[in-house]
Design a protein around this ligand. Sequence first.
Ligand code: DLL
Length: 433
Amino acid sequence: MIWNETKECMSRDELASLQSARLVKVVNKVYHNVEYYRKKMQELGLEPGDIKGIEDIEKLPFTTYEDLNKTYPFGLAAVPTSELVRVHASSGTTGKPKIGVYTRRDIEVWSECVARCLSMAGITRDDIIQVGYGYGLFTGGLGAHYGAEYLGALVLPMSTGNTQKLLDMMIDCKATAIACTPSYLLHVAEDIEKLGVLDKIKLKTAICGAEPWTDEMRDQMEKRLNIKAHDIYGLTEICGPGVACDCEYHKGLHIWEDHFLPEIIDPATHKDLPAGSDGELVITNLTKEGMPLIRYRTKDLTSLEIDKCECGRTMARIQRFKGRTDDMLIIRGVNVFPSQVEAALLNIDGTTPHYMLVVDRVDNTDTLEVQVEIAEKFFTDEVRGLEKLSNEIHNKLKSAIGLNAKVKLVEPNGLVHSDGKTKHVIDKRKLYS
Ligand code: DLL
C-alpha cells in the first residue's frame, strides 16, 4: 500500500526539481547557521550561490564521522537548543557517539518516513504492532514507535530483553506485526516452535533492520512464521530507521529521495558513480532542521537502481548491502568497533593489547566471545584471581559496548601475534551472501 502517492510516485523530473530547491535551501541554512560547514565551504572557495541544484552536489564537501567527533555533541546543529526536542546516539569508534538531534518538525518528518515504510510492508491502522527494537538513545525503538503511531496502528512498546513477555503479549493482544532486528525475529521463531504456540500467533508482517541480513533469512522467517518480512534501513546521523524500505517486490529498498539525497561514490577516488555501480552510500539531508548533514559518508557499501519499480514508486532502490568500508560489526543490532573493545581492555590492569573478537550466530542469536591475553605478571593458577579479572573485563566491556560478551582469558602469548596487520575479528556469521 502506498502511504502518499503524490510524494512516493512523482516523476523523476519532478523529484529532481524538488531536490534541487531543497538542496539550495539546506546549503544556505548550514552556511549561515553552522560555523563548521561555513569554514569547510570557504576552504573550498564555495559560496551558497554556487550551488544551484543537485547537479552541483559534487562541489560540496563530504561530512564524515571525524567531523561529527570534532563537533560533538551539538557543533553541527543548525538551530538553537531551544528548538531541539530530541537526541539519539549510536556508538562511534574510540571517539564520541554519533549523534542525531531533532526539532519537533524533524520528528514529524521522520515519523512520516517510517509510516511510509510500514505502509509499504502492508501495515495499516488496523494492525497491532510490537516494537521489539531497543528504546533509548538507539533510534530503533522510538523511531518505529512514533512512525507506527503516526500511521495509526496500535503500538506495543516492548523494547528488547524479555522474549517471554514479548510472546505473552503477542498472543494475548493478538499482535499482527512486529518491528525488530532480523536475527531477533528468528530467535523468537525458535521459541515459538519450542513452545508449540504457532497456532496462537496472529503475526502477518515483520519489519526488520538495523543489521545486514540475507534473502535466505527472509525465506526462513516467512516460512517458519507464515508472515511477510520487509527490510528497513536507516542510521542515527541521518535520522534513524525509515530512510529506506523494501516493497512487496523485494528489488531493493526505496529510499525517500524527497528527504534524503543519495549518491554512490567510489570510496577511493571520492567520485560519484552512475546508477548500478557498487560503492559507498553518501546521503544529504534535504529537509532536516536540527542537524542536517551534507554528503554524509555512511560507510555502507551498496548500489542504487533508479528505474521505476513494479509497485509504482519512482524512488531509487538501495540494493543489498555488501558490507562497510570500516571495521564496524553489528552484533544483536548493536554497532561495535574493535577499537572500543581495545580501549576498554587497555584500561584494565592485567590485560594486554592482544585480543580477538569471535562473533558467531547460535540459534539465530549473535554471540560475542572476547579472548584476551593476560599479562605475564597477572598469570596465576589461582582461580579466584582469574575469575575476578574475567568479571572486571566483562563489566567494563558491557559499559563500553553495551553488550554482554563471553570473556575467555588466554595465557601470555596464547594468541597469534602478527608483525603485519593484526586480525582482531573472526566473524563466523555467513552474511552478505
Ligand atoms: O540501526 C537505525 C535502524 C534501527 C535501522 C532500526 C533499521 C531499524 P545505527 O545504530 O546508527 O542506526 O546504525 C546504522 O546500521 O549504517 C548500517 O551499517 C546498519 N544498518 C541499518 N539498517 C540496516 C539494514 C540504526 N536494513 C548502521 N541492512 C547503518 C543492513 C543496516 N544494514
